[in-house]
Design a protein around this ligand. Structure first.
Ligand code: MN
Ligand code: MN
Length: 314
């Protein structure tokens, strides 16, 4: 049995890509099963509810040598613990290549598009398979989520074309209204504990010398209600301090992305992070907040700048 899963702290793309890719593989005769590596966030829970689906089962470990298919990620730091002992047979992803290695030839599909869902639609087409309404809804939701309904600079024409194709198949007439409902669900954070908010869309990246990399934890909260998040600034900074110690990080940042106004104001824990932001982005933090302007994409705008900065440190 092939276990299919997206990254830890799953987002809508990680969760739906596992479901859709497992279903696609099953139609091609592969014994595939979708899993998740964490709890669905509020947006993903909304998407699954609207689709009438349960989240796939939680995966905590697999025996060494088990075959796995990775979607929406490839770096071991974002994957199932012990990934290097598993047999990666397939990867479908739209992130930069990290430390991925395989023990045997694998099916690898990497393209710099805005969403794994866009790549999965291509796989359906290449396989000559029709797209069922459920799969269309899941891929469409993932593309709207990852591209912030085309606001993100990661958006490509292929993502727009995919949504144009998928919306009528999914039976979603008003894509704008559906996207806004997704973002509203994502922004309705209630009394979620601060550490949960920090870890909801959170990834650890190694930067600099590969032999002795710095580890940075980069959280993002995409919201239509940034005022709510900044109202909990003190709590969030305490959670960042705790997570920095728990995960033995060199730095931690939490970007608050205003989806509708397309801005990024980032919470900065200490002088260490302040210095890096000043030197990598030319921005000053005031009262633990740095204005990163229109850099709303961690993948395309924040991580590459940090990577370049730490590489240049030698
Ligand atoms: Mn993702
Ligand atoms: Mn994605």
């Amino acid at each position: 049995m092939l276990a299919v899963f997206g990254h830890q702290n799953p987002d809508t793309d990680a969760m739906t890509a596992a479901l859709v890719y497992a279903r696609l593989l099953q139609r091609q005769g592969v014994d595939a099963q979708a899993y998740r590596l964490g709890e669905p966030n509020f947006e993903t829970a909304f998407v699954l509810r609207e689709a009438g689906l349960e989240a796939p089962p939680l995966l905590e470990a697999l025996p060494a040598g088990s075959p796995v298919a990775l979607v929406d990620h490839n770096e071991s730091a974002q994957s199932l613990a012990g990934l290097h002992e598993l047999t990666v047979t397939r990867v479908v992803d739209h992130h930069k290549l990290g430390d991925l290695t395989t023990t045997q030839p694998a099916y690898l599909r990497f393209e710099p598009v805005g969403c794994t869902g866009t790549l999965l639609l291509k796989l359906f087409r290449e396989a000559g398979l029709d797209v069922e309404p459920l799969d269309a809804r899941l891929m469409l939701s993932a593309i709207l989520s990852d591209t912030l309904h085309f606001r993100s600079p990661t958006t490509t024409p292929e993502d727009r074309d995919a949504v144009g194709f998928l919306a009528p198949v999914a039976g979603i007439e008003d894509v704008e209204a559906y996207a806004l409902a997704m973002f509203a669900a994502k922004s309705d954070l209630g009394d979620t504990p601060a550490e949960t908010l920090l870890r909801m869309d959170y990834k650890v990246f190694p930067f600099g010398d590969p032999a002795a990399p710095q580890q940075w934890g980069l959280g993002v909260i995409e919201t239509t209600n940034p005022g709510y998040v900044f109202g909990r600034q003190a709590e969030l900074l305490r959670a960042m301090d705790a997570v920095k110690a728990e995960d033995t990080l060199n730095g931690v940042l939490l970007s608050v992305v205003d989806i509708l106004n397309e801005t990024n104001r980032t919470l900065v824990l200490s002088a260490t992070e302040e210095k890096v932001l000043r030197e990598a982005f030319g921005v000053e933090a005031h009262d633990h907040v740095a204005d990163l302007g229109a850099r709303i994409s961690r993948k395309k705008q924040v991580v590459p700048a940090l990577e370049a900065y730490f590489s240049a440190q030698g």
